[in-house]
Design a protein around this ligand. Structure first.
Ligand code: HEM
Length: 535
């Protein structure tokens, strides 16, 4: 879509001229020199060879040659928007301060600006948005205490529970290193050997693996975090986003019809809704659990392949997010946006969830490679409060983070000569006691199929039909050893699930079609009624 007038969207800091001058429309180069001829390179005579001192031409092409930065290794395709979070001030009828001292949740009506990036996971920056894949749901809150990033997905669980398996998982899900084609056999080869994936596979191969667009999907922090109150007491917390627009997922047939004519439909849908003032909204809800191991549960609260059943751990609303402004420039804001699970504010804390711990290293590490050492100085990533650090230098340093009145010669701490000083501890620190042998071991209570069975039984009939058609379609072209393991997992999860998968695969025989986009092929043709509640 073309925007009707640039004025419909407020320009952000990222597009404002640093000198504050009003810009004329005269074309210049990056040195500020006027460009008087943008049609012809400089040559000896109008047919003659070009000269090396064609500075403007060489600068123009050299910049063009560098227009791309490395795409995200996962979640490369995305769409973003600015918005606002409004707190309710309470959690389940209690003041928010009972559980967390994070300032953004404390007062009813308190507003915090934010930036969101939605994404698909496996394929590259211009891949179709109809593919079967989890969807990323990353939110950056610019709070008064600095940034908080809640980097989640649309589904509430994940494939694996230990971060060391992530590179293998992504290699298996991405295109084959030889053919460069995504291959369901590689996907299921990994999943068959990693049975903890089965619950997530059950969701991703159902219509929940193809959300209709970004506005009509849920979000979830997936991993378990902690909230800490003023007294330093902690609870375990999971975050969920519920769309006010309702939830809508696609059948394979519907997805294929969209993909035949438009592979950008989700980006367009979000952009156009915001341009016409139809601002999408999500409610933020949390599930809380007292801190601890919870031996009474049949799952570990730190296991991100598990749902916390909502009858025992109800979803408690804490606030509302509204997306109300499109980015002024895609690359500046959306492509260069950098989210990370380590980015927490006071009152929010980590848990020992092994995925969360591994993720916390990975995000800022990749961002230093993808965007550069000073990625946090870019306007979309910088907090909307004053920053004062002793970090200096590195590629593309835009400014020095000095405090007002700071002695600029002192870029170290401690100092008696006017440097930066440590901040006050804002509340009692949460200091959990840990002890144990250093081991490389899976958690106990790692039942891989029980919740997958519950999720299967919670599906509507058309969702079960789609799930089975999609699984049978892709598994029928996998090695028999892989098929057998997947059947065994389905049988352990639910009788009907296992029986239908076994029978369907026996009927289909081996050797399905040679191409797949992970089940996004002819599936069952089932009705997809409007919005419905999530699982
Ligand atoms: C993006 C690593 C698990 C959600 C990324 C990126 C990396 C990464 C390296 C690219 C970041 C960038 O270039 O800016 C990992 C690792 C994981 C893991 C090592 C497991 C150990 C998860 C899980 C979720 C998730 C469980 C969902 C809760 C996302 C999202 C993005 C992303 C939404 C895109 C952020 C954006 O829009 O820029 N991940 N990830 N990841 N990851 Fe993960």
């Amino acid at each position: 879509p073309t925007r009707k007038g640039a004025a419909t969207t407020v320009t952000t800091d990222s597009t404002r001229r640093p000198d504050g001058q009003s810009a004329s429309n005269e074309l210049t180069n990056r040195q500020g020199h006027p460009i008087t001829n943008n049609q012809n390179i400089r040559t000896v005579g109008n047919r003659g060879p070009a000269t090396l001192e064609n500075y403007d031409f060489i600068e123009k092409l050299s910049h063009f040659d560098r227009e791309r930065v490395p795409e995200r290794v996962v979640h490369a395709r995305g769409a973003g928007a600015h918005g606002i979070f409004e707190a309710y001030g309470t959690v389940g009828g209690e003041p928010a301060s009972t559980y967390t001292r994070a300032k953004l949740f404390q007062e009813k009506g308190k507003q915090t600006p934010l930036f969101v990036r939605f994404s698909t996971v496996v394929h590259g920056t211009h891949s179709p948005e109809t593919l079967r894949d989890p969807r990323g749901f990353a939110v950056k809150f610019y709070t008064e205490d600095g940034n908080w990033d809640l980097v989640g997905n649309n589904l509430k669980i994940f494939f694996i529970r230990d971060a060391i398996k992530f590179p293998d998982m992504i290699h298996a899900f991405k295109p084959d290193p030889v053919t460069n084609v995504q291959d369901a056999e590689r996907f299921f080869d990994f999943c068959a050997g990693s049975p903890e994936t089965f619950h997530m596979v059950t969701l991703v191969y159902s219509p929940w693996g193809i959300p209709a667009n970004y506005r009509m999907m849920q979000g979830s922090g997936v991993n378990t975090y902690r909230w800490v109150n003023q007294a330093g007491e902690a609870v375990l917390v999971k975050y969920h986003w519920e769309p006010k627009q309702g939830i809508k997922n696609l059948t394979v047939k519907e997805a294929n019809e969209i993909q035949a004519t438009n592979f950008n439909h989700a980006t367009q849908d979000l952009y156009q809704a915001i341009e016409r003032g139809d601002y999408p909204e999500w409610e933020l809800l949390v599930q809380l659990m007292p801190d601890g191991e919870h031996p009474e549960l049949d799952f570990d609260p730190l296991d991100d392949t598990k749902l916390w059943p909502n009858d025992r751990f109800p979803w408690l609303p804490v606030g509302k997010m509204t997306l109300n402004r499109n980015p002024a420039d895609y690359f500046t804001e959306v492509e260069q946006a950098a989210f990370g699970v380590g980015v927490l504010v006071d009152g929010l804390d980590f848990s020992d969830d092994k995925m969360l711990q591994g993720r916390t290293f990975s995000y800022s590490d990749t961002q230093r490679h993808r965007v550069g050492a000073n990625y946090l100085q870019l306007p979309v990533n910088a907090p909307q409060k004053h920053v004062a650090t002793n970090q200096r230098g590195g590629m593309m340093q835009l400014r020095v983070d000095l405090a007002p009145g700071q002695n600029p010669h002192v870029n170290y701490e401690p100092s008696l000569l006017g440097g930066l000083v440590e901040a006050e501890q804002p509340g009692k620190e949460h200091t959990p006691y840990v002890q144990g042998n250093l081991v490389r071991q899976s958690i106990d209570r790692n039942d891989n199929t029980k919740q997958a069975g519950e999720t299967f039984r919670g599906f509507e009939p058309w969702e079960k039909d789609e799930l089975l058609a999609n699984l049978i379609g892709d598994l029928s072209r996998c090695d028999a050893r892989i098929r057998d393991r997947m059947i065994a997992l389905a049988e352990a999860a639910d009788d009907e699930y296992g029986r239908r998968l076994r029978e369907g695969l026996a009927q289909a025989g081996g050797g399905g079609s040679s191409q797949t986009n992970l089940g996004n092929r002819d599936g069952a043709q089932a009705p997809n009624d409007a919005a419905r509640k999530g699982h």
